[in-house]
Design a binder for this molecule. Structure first.
Ligand code: GAL
Length: 423
């Protein structure tokens, strides 16, 4: 800057004003430590965007990533930190767990920000119900993931002379052809939460949305141990023959990578898988196809990611939490984040330009399922029930899938007993 003594007051204020602004900004700068499990390629890109948008507003982000798809490890770490009186400022907490943490007195209210920004007007009541405890906002929703998707590599289908399936019968026909051609029909990671995710898709198709809700939301014991559940379990078990031998312990994104590379034909997984295709530069409709999991075209099993905020002591940090919450629901963030993450915006007033065909299809499916009563919460991702019941069901499902001793009827009875015990 060129200094001229004659510039007098004008010059001084030009010099001092930015310093003052800096001082004010510094006084208001807070830090938010964010616990999440977004560590795969697509997930990490998405989390980085939120960090960047927060930091642009003068606050700092302390990353607390705990690897492990589905978030079970992250939740274990969170409990340890909270019990020792040192919870992070924000944590990825979902579904019923939000109310549990709120009832224990851990969570800060987001009501001021929510009222100022009209959250009630831009969010669906299906979503706000999950984010509120006792009528108060204690969490901010980030996105809507659809869990019942099938991801397919069309080149593999062409090689095997198979057609991308819409029903379970078609799935079996296609999988047999792909296997006969010496290729892997189904990419899967043998981790309990992935077994549960796969079973959820089969159960949704076999039970239909009404009985799905009776079993996994209302915990109707007769449906849990009934004939349709037994059939769902049989179908589920029959998928094992289409999975390669090395699946034990495999992470979900490695399984997605098998479809991307053409080592496998399909994966049944929520649309966070699309984040992996996107991170690999793949184009839907061309390099890969997204269709509803077999037999679930009219259903939408939803999984909403959300951040809950823990009570903090300093005003600056509290302020930074509110800024983070407000950033998450800003249209700019909703668009950029969800394009990377594979989900759709949680705001109802967003136009879908810039989103790919899978996201446009997902939004259409969400709206029509909402209107037709076929929108159901994902139990395997913590939206339908408590984490105790989710955990108990996951154990039964995963053990049944991986051993050869239990019959489908025995597994169904075990599910009913496990739910009863955890209620
Ligand atoms: C889900 C979560 C998604 C995705 C997935 C795999 O539970 O809602 O955002 O990250 O786990 O890690």
């Amino acid at each position: 800057m060129h200094y001229s003594p004659r510039s007098g007051r004008g010059h001084l204020s030009a010099l001092v004003a930015p310093l003052l602004a800096l001082a004010i900004n510094q006084a208001q700068a807070g830090q938010v430590e964010v616990l999440h499990w977004w560590t795969s390629g697509g997930e990490a890109r998405s989390a980085a965007l939120l960090k960047e948008m927060l930091e642009k507003q003068g606050h700092s982000w302390k990353d607390f990533a705990v690897a492990g798809g589905g978030g079970e490890s992250a939740m274990t770490v969170l409990k340890t930190r909270a019990v020792s009186g040192n919870p992070p400022a924000a944590a990825q907490i979902k579904g019923h767990d939000i109310q549990e943490w709120a009832e224990l007195g851990f969570l800060a209210s987001l009501d001021d920000t929510a009222t100022a920004e009209g959250w009630d007007k831009v969010l669906s009541p299906v979503v706000t119900k999950v984010m509120k405890s006792d009528g108060h906002y204690v969490a901010v929703p980030i996105n809507v993931h659809r869990v019942n998707w099938l991801w397919a590599n069309p080149a593999v289908f062409t090689k095997a002379g198979a057609t991308i399936p819409g029903s379970w019968e078609e799935f079996i026909t296609a999988a047999d052809k792909i296997q006969a051609a010496g290729l892997i029909p189904l990419a899967h990671g043998g981790q309990p939460w992935q077994d549960a995710t796969l079973f959820e898709a089969v159960a949704l198709a076999t039970l239909g949305t009404d009985d799905y809700s009776r079993a996994f939301v209302d915990h109707d014991i007769r449906v849990l141990s009934g004939d349709k559940m037994v059939l769902a379990l049989e179908r589920f078990k029959s998928l094992r023959q289409y999975i390669d031998r090395d699946s034990a312990g495999r992470d979900w994104n490695i399984a997605t990578g098998m479809v991307i590379s053409g080592d496998a034909a399909m994966q049944i997984m929520g649309d966070w898988a699309k984040g992996e295709f996107a991170a690999a530069g793949k184009v839907p409709g061309q390099d890969y196809r997204c269709v509803a999991a077999p037999g679930t075209a009219t259903a939408f099993a939803f999984n909403i990611d959300s951040l809950a905020f823990f009570k903090l002591r300093t005003k600056d940090d509290q302020n930074a939490q509110q800024v983070l919450a407000s950033t998450i629901l800003s249209p700019a963030f909703q668009k950029a984040f969800n394009i990377n993450k594979g989900s759709i915006p949680v705001r109802l007033d967003m136009v879908m330009d810039g989103f790919d065909q899978c996201a446009v299809d997902s939004m259409a499916a969400f709206r029509s399922a909402n209107a037709n009563g076929t929108l159901v919460p994902s139990w395997s991702h913590g939206l339908a029930t408590t984490s105790q019941i989710q955990g108990a069901l996951t154990d039964v499902i995963s053990n049944y899938f991986n051993d050869d001793k239990t019959t489908a009827q025995e597994a169904a009875n075990k599910m009913a007993r496990a739910v009863k015990a955890a209620m």
